[in-house]
Design a protein around this ligand. Structure first.
Ligand SMILES: Cc1ncc(COP(=O)(O)O)c(C=O)c1O
Length: 387
């Protein structure tokens, strides 16, 4: 066999997947490891996609997505936060938010350029940046600051080769929402250093407290022309398996992302795009049901952790994740997760897979039923008390 490329051999496989494999061999587990809604896609969206396929929507669509979906998504976005994007040129429908992030990286970075990535941050950012042949420069997030990104830490990480900054608010894995004043200061840093901003907003629908304002940096002065917003149906409408995401941004960069999309996947399946239009137009119910359930789970987890020995956490602002500090147990996050799995049958994710600053934390995803969440927390507390 000829040699496999160095880039492929060095590709990062998120270590967060390891727990799934280990958990498969353990009976009667409660999992806090899944990063997706604990709900199925509502039937009306499935019906629309099915009917579209039955009626012949089984062909390629335009590379940038169907006009119907682009128009509906731009309308939805404008209603949410007043940002105005032209469906003809300033949006591309992609294979999930993940492809949108990757296309945004390769459209803005040349080999050897630096990209600033939150640490701890979503594991796939690190692997994607490596595939894009960019250098990852971590922007540290601090527990004492609720893991909210600060402009001073962004500016301190900038080098002469920095071309892009990745923002993720609300964040996976921390649940933090960037404070509006800090976001304005980050926008100022991005303008002064002429950076692209890739703003991953896939959890934007999940912010739980009225006093927390989650703004898009694209809406700030001077930012629309340098921001690529990443959005997705996966979390907002419980549609992870449909693989529908998008990027909003300036037409020249969206046009180049469209060219690259043609080279790799051509387009997202047409019938699924029809189902996605139905979600935008009529799925407010699932969103409010999910949000109420996650909010109750978040409160339950934060309260339960406060009552557990040896561990602690901040109350997260949004998404559906919480980071728990396990350093006082004397175990590293990986050993903590493996022992918790084997001895208490509870699955959590060691956060060192989310960057070096994730060391000493585990991530809980609180998307399960209230009963499972309560049982998982009960097992975890009893296990910690026995240590
Ligand atoms: C922060 C973040 N961005 C993007 C994605 C991509 O989601 P999808 O490709 O399913 O839209 C995820 C998925 O877990 C995520 O956590």
């Amino acid at each position: 066999m000829p040699a496999i490329s160095r880039r492929a051999q060095e590709a990062l496989y998120p270590s967060v997947r390891e727990m799934f494999e280990l958990a498969a061999g353990v009976p009667d587990t409660i999992s806090f490891a899944v990063g997706e809604p604990g709900f199925d896609t509502p039937k009306p969206m499935i019906d629309v996609a099915y009917q579209a396929a039955i009626h012949g929507d089984t062909h390629y669509t335009p590379n940038r997505g169907t006009a119907a979906l682009r128009e509906a998504w731009c309308r939805y976005r404008a209603k949410q936060d007043g940002t105005d994007y032209d469906p003809a040129g300033e949006i591309i429908v992609t294979t999930g938010g993940m492809e949108a992030v990757y296309l945004a990286m390769i459209a803005t970075l040349d080999a050897g350029d630096d990209i600033l990535i939150p640490d701890p941050g979503y594991a796939n950012y690190f692997g994607q940046a490596q595939m894009a042949q960019a250098n990852v420069v971590p922007v540290p997030l601090y527990e004492q600051n609720g893991f909210r990104m600060r402009a001073a830490d962004v500016e301190a990480a900038i080098t002469p080769r920095t071309r892009a900054l990745l923002l993720n608010s609300p964040s996976n894995p921390t649940g933090a929402v960037i404070d509006p004043d800090e976001l304005a200061a980050i926008a100022d840093v991005a303008c002064r250093h002429d950076l692209w901003v890739i703003s991953d907003e896939v959890y934007r629908a999940f912010v739980y407290d009225d006093h927390v304002r989650c703004l898009s940096i694209a809406a700030m002065p001077g930012m629309k022309e340098r921001t690529i917003i990443i959005d997705s149906f996966s979390k907002t409408f419980a549609m992870t398996g449909w693989r529908i995401g998008c990027a909003f941004g300036p037409k020249p960069v969206i046009d180049q992302m469209t060219v690259m999309q043609e080279n790799v996947v051509s387009c997202v399946p047409g019938a699924l795009q029809c189902g996605a239009v139905a979600a935008l137009e009529g799925a407010a119910d699932i969103l409010s049901t999910m949000k109420a359930a996650y909010r109750a789970n978040r409160d339950m987890v934060a309260q339960a952790v406060a009552d557990m020995p040896l561990v602690s956490c901040n109350v997260p602002d949004g998404a559906f994740y919480i980071l728990i500090n396990v350093t006082a147990t004397g175990m590293n996050d990986h050993d903590f997760a493996v022992r918790l799995l084997n001895e208490a049958h509870v699955v959590v994710t060691p956060a060192s897979g989310f960057g070096s600053r994730g060391r000493g934390y585990v991530r809980l995803s609180y998307v399960g039923s209230a009963e499972d969440t309560a049982e998982g927390l009960r097992r975890m507390k009893a296990w910690l008390e026995r240590l």
